[in-house]
Design a protein around this ligand. Structure first.
Ligand SMILES: Cc1cc2nc3c(=O)[nH]c(=O)nc-3n(C[C@H](O)[C@H](O)[C@H](O)COP(=O)(O)OP(=O)(O)OC[C@H]3O[C@@H](n4cnc5c(N)ncnc54)[C@H](O)[C@@H]3O)c2cc1C
Length: 386
C-alpha cells in the first residue's frame, strides 16, 4: 500500500480543509447550542459534491475512490460531526446501497437527486426493540395486489424529519428470520410516514434524529431495493460503507483535538512559561498524536481494500472500533490539556467529546465490532449465544 496521496487526493483534501475552516467551523457552535439542523450548510456541502463522492459521475456523483472520500469525511468531521453525519448517511448508508443493490431505473431516479442534495435520504433499520440484533425486524411488510403495505416503527433515525426517501427494512415472513427481511425505498411524503423529532441528545445536537411511525405505508414492487429476503444483506453492505465513514470522521475529531490542544498548550502560560513546556502536558499531546496517526492508517487501509475490491469487513470493523474509541480518549485528553477552559464551548473540545460519544454506539456498538473481529479470528460466531 502506497501511503503517499496522489495529486488529486491532495487537492481534494486541501479543498475540503479550506471549506471546513471557512464554512463549517464558524457555524458549528451556534448550531450545537440551538439544536439547529443547518439545511443552508447542507446545501453548501452538496454544492461541494460531498454528498455523492463515491457515486460515479454518470449518476451525478463525484466519481472518487474510497480513500479520497475518507479524506473529505475526515475534514468535515474535524469541523462538525453533525454535518459529517449528513455526509455519511447520505453517501454511505443511502447512495452506496442504491449503487450496489439498485436497478438501473432506481439508480437513475434516486442518485442524481441525492448527490445534488435536492433530496435527502435516511436509513431506517433500528427499531425500539431492535438495535444490535438488527435481523430481528418487528416492522412488517405485507404483499398486496399493487405492491406492499408496511407497518411498524423505527427509532433513532438520522435525517428522517427531512428525508425525501427512506430505506426502510421490514420483515416479510417472520418464519424465515433474517432471510425474510426486505428493504424498501419508501416515499416519505405519504400520510402514514410520521417522523417525530428526538431532542436533548448528549451531542450531535446540530444533527436531525427521529423516531418514525409507519402506518399502512405503501411501496410498489419497483421500490424494493434488492430482492425480497436480501434486506439484511443490503443493511450489512451499507454498514460496511457507513462504518468506514464514521471511522474517517473520528480521525477528523482526533486531528481537531490535536490542533486545538497544541495551539492552546503553546499559548497558555502557567508558572511563568507555556504549559507546553511541561513534560506531562507533552505526554498528553503525544497520546493524542499517536492515536490520530494510528486511526488514520487503519482507515486508509480499509479504504485501500475497498478501492481494490478486496474483502474488508473485518478491517473496516477494526478501523471503526479503534478510531471511535480513540476519538473519545483524544477528546477527553484534549479537555484535560485545556483545563477549565475545555469545559465550556469557547473551545471546540467539549463538543468533540459530546459529539463523539455516539460513535461507539451507532452503526454497530464497539461490542458488536469486537464480535465481528472475534468471529473472523476464530470462525466462531459469538454474536448470538448458542
Ligand atoms: C444519534 C443517533 C443516530 C442514529 N442514527 C441511526 C440511523 O440513521 N439509522 C439507524 O437504523 N439507526 C440509527 N441509530 C441507532 C443505533 O444504530 C443503535 O442505537 C445501535 O445499533 C445500538 O442499538 P441499541 O441502541 O438498541 O442498543 P442495544 O442493542 O440494546 O445494546 C445495548 C448494549 O448491549 C450490548 N449488546 C447487545 N447485543 C450484544 C451482544 N450480542 N454481545 C455483546 N453485547 C451486546 C451493546 O453493545 C450495548 O452495549 C442512531 C442512534 C443514535 C443515538
Amino acid at each position: 500500500m502506497d501511503l503517499s496521496l496522489n495529486p488529486e487526493q491532495r487537492l481534494v483534501r486541501e479543498t475540503a480543509r479550506d471549506f471546513t475552516d471557512n464554512e463549517i467551523i464558524e457555524r458549528a457552535r451556534e448550531n450545537d447550542r440551538n439544536e439547529h439542523f443547518d439545511l443552508e450548510l447542507v446545501a453548501k456541502i452538496a454544492e461541494q459534491g460531498y454528498l455523492g463522492a463515491i457515486v460515479p459521475r454518470e449518476y451525478g456523483g463525484a466519481g472518487l475512490d474510497y480513500l479520497t472520500y475518507g479524506l473529505i469525511v475526515e475534514e468535515v468531521g474535524r469541523g462538525d460531526s453533525a454535518m459529517r453525519t449528513v455526509v455519511s448517511v447520505q453517501t454511505s448508508l443511502v447512495c452506496s446501497g442504491i449503487l450496489r443493490w439498485g436497478t438501473e431505473e432506481q439508480k437513475q431516479h434516486y442518485l442524481p437527486k441525492l448527490c445534488s442534495g435536492e433530496w435527502l435520504g435516511c436509513f431506517a433499520l433500528t427499531e425500539p426493540d431492535t438495535g444490535s440484533d438488527a435481523a430481528n425486524q418487528k416492522t412488517r411488510a405485507k404483499k398486496t395486489n399493487g405492491g406492499w403495505v408496511i407497518n411498524g416503527s423505527k427509532m433513532f433515525i438520522s435525517m428522517a424529519n427531512h428525508a425525501n426517501v427512506a430505506l426502510v427494512f421490514a420483515q416479510t415472513d417472520p418464519d424465515k428470520g433474517h432471510r425474510g427481511v426486505a428493504c424498501f425505498l419508501v416515499d416519505t411524503d405519504q400520510p402514514g410516514f410520521q417522523p417525530q423529532e428526538i431532542h436533548h441528545k448528549l451531542g450531535l445536537r446540530g444533527s436531525d434524529t427521529a423516531a418514525i411511525s409507519l402506518d399502512d405505508v405503501e411501496a410498489t414492487d419497483d421500490q424494493l431495493l434488492g430482492e425480497v429476503g436480501d434486506g439484511f444483506k443490503v443493511a450489512m453492505s451499507n454498514l460496511d460503507s457507513g462504518r468506514y465513514s464514521v471511522a474517517a470522521g473520528c480521525v477528523g475529531i482526533c486531528q481537531g483535538c490535536l490542533d486545538a490542544s497544541v495551539k492552546y498548550a503553546k499559548e497558555r502560560q502557567q508558572f511563568g512559561r507555556p504549559i507546553a513546556s511541561f513534560q506531562l502536558v507533552q505526554e498528553m499531546l503525544t497520546d493524542i498524536a499517536v492515536k490520530t496517526d494510528a486511526a488514520r492508517m487503519l482507515v486508509w487501509r480499509a479504504g485501500y481494500l475497498k478501492d481494490q475490491g478486496k474483502p474488508n469487513t473485518t478491517e473496516t470493523s477494526i478501523a471503526k472500533l479503534y478510531a471511535t474509541e480513540s476519538a473519545i480518549e483524544c477528546a477527553n485528553t484534549a479537555i484535560q490539556v485545556h483545563g477549565g477552559s475545555g469545559y465550556v464551548d469557547d473551545y471546540p473540545v467539549e463538543r468533540y467529546l459530546r459529539d463523539v460519544r455516539v460513535t461507539t454506539l451507532y452503526e454497530g456498538t464497539s461490542q458488536i465490532q469486537k464480535l465481528i473481529i472475534g468471529r473472523a479470528l476464530t470462525g466462531i460466531n459469538a454474536l448470538v449465544p448458542s
